[in-house]
Design a binder for this molecule. Structure first.
Ligand code: SF4
Ligand code: SF4
Length: 292
């Protein structure tokens, strides 16, 4: 979060996903060996393609979050991410579906949730994915839950997917050097993402490592994992979460040089440094007003 190494940030995200898939795979194989038909459900990049608009909404094959809350693994935070006391939302879920008849475990009582509703998770999201005041209510296994209304997954695709990264307050960025606007409506975001995508594909190659991966929703595009802040900020206790918030919001803004290397500066310095780069290079990361 202090923006020391993009490669390490990305490696950590990949490693978490890899470990989650491996654990669920091993568990499903073990159950199958015992004679219970079992399947692991991959935790990410695994969508219900039969649903219209799946590339934008990215509906998972199964909601790992709902399964985790219904079975008492964790609770919903305000963001809707699932977390645990003392760990917060810095977790990645994996699921196994099995015919083995296991004794159900009870959900965690609402009053025992890790979430203090500090809402710092909403403030670190450049994409305004989570409402600060609007809630959604729904029932799972007869229990009513609430969390922030989510404003549309295309927002996360645009920011966490790496196309843009500068927070609208211009004070900090994700690991994306993109400085494109983040419009109000989802429709405008779709349109802006199209423009940003064309420029993104002209960015120079990274010098830290190749990085990135191919997401099913954007075949042929190398997607960088640049954010995850809503998850990483929340460590399940108010003191550490607010310290993480301070570290992140003071971590500066990322700029990519014409040779592909990345540099991080405090916001004002970053602006000056960026504005001193050749116009042709700058146009790869921002859209001038006339081009909007
Ligand atoms: S950051 Fe605060 S509001 Fe958000 S999930 Fe964590 S404890 Fe809840
Ligand atoms: S990963 Fe980043 S862009 Fe996506 S919802 Fe979380 S904070 Fe917002």
């Amino acid at each position: 979060m202090s923006k020391k190494s993009f490669a390490k940030h990305e490696e950590n995200r990949f490693d978490l996903n890899y470990r989650s898939v491996k654990i669920s795979n091993d568990l499903a194989s073990w159950l199958s060996e015992k004679g219970y038909e079992s399947k692991r459900i991959i935790s990410n990049n695994n969508y219900k393609k039969e649903i219209k608009g799946w590339k934008a909404d990215m509906p998972p094959k199964l909601s790992h979050r709902y399964v985790a809350v219904a079975s008492g693994v964790g609770s919903f935070g305000w963001s809707g991410n699932v977390g645990m006391k003392g760990i917060g939302t810095t977790i990645l879920l994996g699921t196994v579906v099995t015919t083995a008849e296991l004794e159900p475990t009870k959900p965690i009582p609402l009053e025992e949730s890790f979430c203090t509703r500090c809402k710092l998770c909403t403030q670190v999201c450049s994409a305004s994915m989570f409402s600060k005041d609007k809630e959604v209510k729904f029932s799972l296994g007869g229990i009513e839950y609430t969390h922030a209304a989510r404003n549309g997954y295309v927002r996360c695709q645009y920011v966490c997917g790496g196309f843009t990264g500068l927070h609208p307050n211009d004070k900090f960025s994700t690991w994306s050097p993109g400085r494109f606007p983040i419009p109000e409506t989802n429709l405008e975001i779709y349109k802006m993402m199209g423009k940003a995508l064309r420029r993104y594909q002209t960015w120079p190659e990274r010098t830290d490592r190749k990085g990135g991966y191919i997401n099913q929703s954007a075949p042929g595009v190398n997607i960088r994992l640049t954010c995850g802040f809503c998850q990483n900020i929340c460590w399940g206790n108010p003191k550490e979460t607010s310290e993480n918030y301070r570290i992140l919001t003071e971590s500066g803004c990322l700029i990519q040089n014409p040779d592909g290397s990345m540099v991080v500066f405090p916001p004002e310095e970053a602006k000056e440094y960026f504005n001193a780069l050749p116009v042709k290079h700058r146009r790869k990361y921002q859209i001038e007003k006339s081009a909007k």
